[in-house]
Design a protein around this ligand. Structure first.
Ligand SMILES: *Cc1c(COP(=O)(O)O)cnc(C)c1O
Length: 404
């Protein structure tokens, strides 16, 4: 799906000299590049603090653990503490909740954006005789993790509103949406904390694992800083159950070199997305993603198209994927199994109604190749292949009858 080499070639001089500087100074653990990246990302996102972490997954765990310490005065949440999130996300979102000691409460997604449905979040929290509570009395909802899936902002106004009314924390999972905005504000600056991933395939990616926690909360930042290095200000005399979860200096150096390209690269993604949507608009059986641009006017949800994901109707998704494959075009399914169907979550989650949209989306979504340096001939080949397959009516053929 992704040609990481092309990106490297494009910014080779910057990256090579960044790595060369590390080789010179040899400060591999919390070297100067880590602090520099933290401060540049904090400025970019518009928050007081950013703390480098060893991965996006660890960033989520660190943010949640810090909230347990800050809000509960305990090292971990309890199993009776529920954290609302989407079942239609990467495993790590739900897994981080388990690792922080809490229980995920999976709430269904919106069929047009694939993001968590704020109306359903509200109905989990506002109940009475007409709307019985979906959760047992001994359980307590403590927070929300909205995931800006595929690079599209969640409806943060509604989510923050319901959180504030109910005293809940919000941790944004920004792993797929670096540079994305909601009503003109950068994602990762809206909740109590944000968790970023710099996994190589993300829209800002390093040369290995790395992540970051963003927050405006001084105390939370202080706790996260302790947790990344074993749990104390002094690693030889610690206060909390910590981790070894620092960001490597060399990843920070590479990310600093790539950071200056991020706005241009996100803009290129948005442009390719609109060309895809233009080229595919007449194809029946395919629903295109909602085309929200960079939200220049400061209104609504921005979308940075980490993925360009279409919905393929009624059992034809796998057929389309195979047919594209036979033409040498890779596509991906994010995500084939909703979290509540995974073994790891059995007996460890709560539901507020069956998440039917997440379940149907898992069988219908298909992400097409998208990357900032994709050439015209490359995305046109994808468009032409899909248009041709659809016009041959082969897409309306039946699964397993001679195709593939
Ligand atoms: C990639 C991703 C993560 C985890 O990030 P890593 O850096 O791979 O640990 C978490 N949540 C979502 C939605 C992701 O896409």
């Amino acid at each position: 799906m992704l040609d990481l080499r092309a990106e490297y070639e494009y910014m080779k001089a910057d990256i090579d000299s960044a790595i060369a500087r590390c080789l010179e100074h040899q400060k591999w653990i919390l070297g100067p590049e880590v602090a520099e990246l933290e401060s540049q990302v904090a400025k970019y996102v518009g928050v007081e603090h950013c703390i480098g972490a060893s991965s996006g997954t660890e960033a989520l765990v660190l943010a949640l653990r810090a909230l347990a310490i800050q809000r509960k005065g305990e090292e971990y949440f309890d199993r009776s503490d529920l954290i609302i999130t989407t079942p239609f996300t990467f495993t790590a979102t739900g897994d981080a909740i388990l690792r922080a000691g809490a229980t995920p409460l999976f709430v269904d997604v919106d069929p047009t954006t694939y993001n968590i449905d704020p109306v359903l979040i509200r109905s989990c929290l506002e109940f009475g005789s007409h709307n019985p509570s979906p959760i047992a009395p001994r359980l307590k909802i403590v927070g929300i993790i909205p995931v800006h899936l595929y690079g599209r902002a969640c409806e943060m106004d509604h989510i923050l509103g319901v959180a504030q009314q109910n005293g809940l924390f919000v941790v944004e999972d920004v792993a797929q949406a670096f540079g994305g905005t909601f009503e003109g504000r950068k994602l990762g600056s809206l909740g109590n904390a944000g968790a970023f991933s710099f996994f190589p395939s993300k829209n800002l990616g390093g040369f290995g694992d790395a992540g970051m926690v963003s927050t405006n909360d001084d105390e939370l930042a202080h706790i996260v800083r302790m947790l990344i290095k074993h749990g104390g200000k002094d690693k030889y005399n610690v206060d909390h159950i910590g981790y070894n979860a620092r960001m490597d200096t060399i990843q920070a150096a590479i990310l600093l070199a790539k950071l200056k390209y991020i706005d241009d690269f996100n803009y290129r993604r948005i442009r390719i997305a609109s060309l895809y949507s233009e080229g595919l608009k007449d194809v029946t059986d395919i629903t295109l993603p909602l085309q929200a641009g960079p939200a220049k006017d400061g209104e609504g949800s921005g979308h940075v198209f980490h993925q360009y994901t279409v919905r393929v109707n009624a059992g034809k998704r796998d057929l389309l994927q195979r047919q594209l494959k036979s033409k040498g075009i890779d596509s991906m399914v994010y995500y084939p199994v909703p979290l509540h169907k995974m073994k790891v979550f059995q007996g460890r989650y709560a539901l507020a109604g069956v998440p039917e949209t997440a379940e149907s989306s898992a069988t219908e979504v298909l992400s097409l190749p998208i990357e900032p340096l994709m050439r015209k001939d490359q995305y046109e080949r994808v468009i032409d292949a899909i248009v041709e397959l659809a016009s041959n009516r082969r897409l309306s053929g039946h699964e397993g009858k001679g195709d593939g």
